[in-house]
Design a protein around this ligand. Structure first.
Ligand code: ADP
Ligand code: 3PG
Ligand code: MG
Length: 408
């Protein structure tokens, strides 16, 4: 089954001016340095494809959530990094619409790259403003629009929706790869499919967990999310982070699980930790103390899955053919509480026959750092946070829906 939208491969491009929406919303450290350039690297195949065809490539993106024109969210440092990675000059244009943009694009030769300033310096972007979209088209005189910002296609903004009404709009290679890989794993996975859900909140991810109840062979739960499940099952969770308002949601989830596997088998289907690593406070000096989930004390904060649970998780991985992982298994910012996530990463890395898909902003960051920045130990590390969750949950993505349908 091919991708259901037209891509850059299906349009006759040669020497055209092409507007490319990338998602260069990359994490920056306190000094404003790029701390992870996965999203920039992932955009290169589309850019190279267009350059090979002599196009003038005009890239647009957002960075952060600025309130108006906030210099610290300028895309200029991204232009520099992109230029290093592409081994080619990238002209940074310090506006997004208007005469500065028009002149810069007009002057640029064929087979060149320009990056325009942060879309969100204009409040019209997030309002899905048609006037703003038209102004971008007028300023660039682009012939095509290429959506390649997978991480942002769950938003209906000017650069993901309104623009597509004014230019023939197709998908870039990153968007196609992300969409196809994730939907294939969700709709026709090699089985057994083991889903691993962790991270901060059940409420952030309930749509995905519900999909997994329908399609997965096992669902392993970790992270702060596991505390909410343990509390729901009547266990004491001490001073751990717990969402107290998820009873109805979890009632619904367990009812669906019981209908699928039988009431007596739910605990072998939705698998909760048997032990947790706790500390009295969240601090780099704290060591992990292991507690059975039946023995969590009042002042314990559960910050990772415990050592027995880690072995159980690794054993489930060993018998999987597809693993989809979303959400760290603990407070992985602190190495003491990253054991679960690290052991899981290792299990995936040492079973190259398993199709492993990693989604979620913090989870992808963790997996990449664990892997020395390459992501090569996994089949697919998604560049999308919210977008990959929405796609896995089966929601329609406005930035994809609005592209031209594939003709087949
Ligand atoms: P993603 O961005 O990959 O979707 P989330 O944002 O849901 O993941 O979850 C990652 C966050 O969850 C991290 O900041 C991590 O510290 C936090 N977290 C995971 N486990 C725990 C825990 N047991 N207690 C507190 N925070 C946790
Ligand atoms: C992301 O990082 O999830 C995307 O770039 C979207 O950013 P946003 O959540 O600020 O819309
Ligand atoms: Mg997160």
């Amino acid at each position: 089954m091919g991708f259901f939208k037209e891509t850059i491969r299906n349009v006759p491009l040669s020497g055209d001016t092409v507007l490319v929406r990338a998602d260069y919303n990359v994490p920056l450290d306190n000094e404003g340095n790029i701390s992870d350039d996965l999203r920039i690297k992932a955009s290169l195949p589309t850019l190279r494809y267009l350059l090979k065809r002599g196009c003038k490539v005009v890239i647009i993106s957002h960075l952060g959530r600025p309130e108006g024109h906030e210099k610290k969210y300028s895309l200029e440092p991204i232009a520099n990094r992109l230029s290093e990675l592409l081994k080619k000059e990238v002209t940074f244009v310090d506006d997004t619409v208007g005469d500065t943009v028009y002149q810069a694009v007009r002057r640029a030769p064929k087979n060149s790259v320009l990056l325009l300033e942060n879309l969100r310096f204009y409040e019209e972007e997030e309002k899905d403003s048609h006037a703003f979209a038209k102004a971008i088209v007028r300023s660039t005189r682009a012939a095509y629009f290429v959506q390649d910002g997978f991480g942002v296609v769950h938003r209906a903004h000017a650069s993901t929706h309104a623009l597509t009404l004014y230019l023939p709009s197709v998908a870039g290679l990153l968007l196609e790869k992300e969409y196809s890989t994730i939907t294939k794993a969700m709709s026709a996975p090699k089985q057994p499919l083991v889903a691993i859900m962790g991270g901060a909140k059940v409420s952030d991810k309930i749509g995905v967990i519900e999909r997994f109840v329908a399609i997965a062979d096992k669902i392993l739960i970790g992270g702060a999310m596991a505390n909410t499940f343990l509390a729901y099952r009547g266990l004491g969770t001490g001073a751990s982070k717990v969402e107290s308002d998820q009873k109805e949601t979890l009632d619904r989830l367990y009812t669906a699980a019981a209908a699928k596997v039988g009431a007596g088998n739910v605990d072998d289907f939705i698998i909760l930790p048997v032990d947790v690593a706790v500390a009295p406070r969240i601090d780099p000096s704290e060591k992990r103390h292991i507690r059975a989930v039946t023995a969590i004390a009042a002042d314990d904060i559960a910050l990772d899955v415990g050592d027995k649970s880690i072995e159980i998780i690794a054993a489930h991985i060993a018998s999987a053919k597809t693993v989809i992982w979303n959400g760290t298994l603990g407070y992985a910012e602190l190495p003491e509480f990253a054991h679960g996530s690290a052991r899981l990463a290792l299990a995936l890395a040492t079973h190259p026959d398993i199709k492993s898909i990693i989604g979620g902003g913090d989870t992808a960051d963790f997996a990449l750092k664990w892997d020395g920045g390459t992501g090569n130990s996994f089949s697919h590390v998604s560049t999308g946070g919210g977008a990959s969750l929405d796609l896995m949950a089966g929601k329609k993505l406005p930035g994809v829906e609005s592209l031209l349908d594939a003709r087949n």
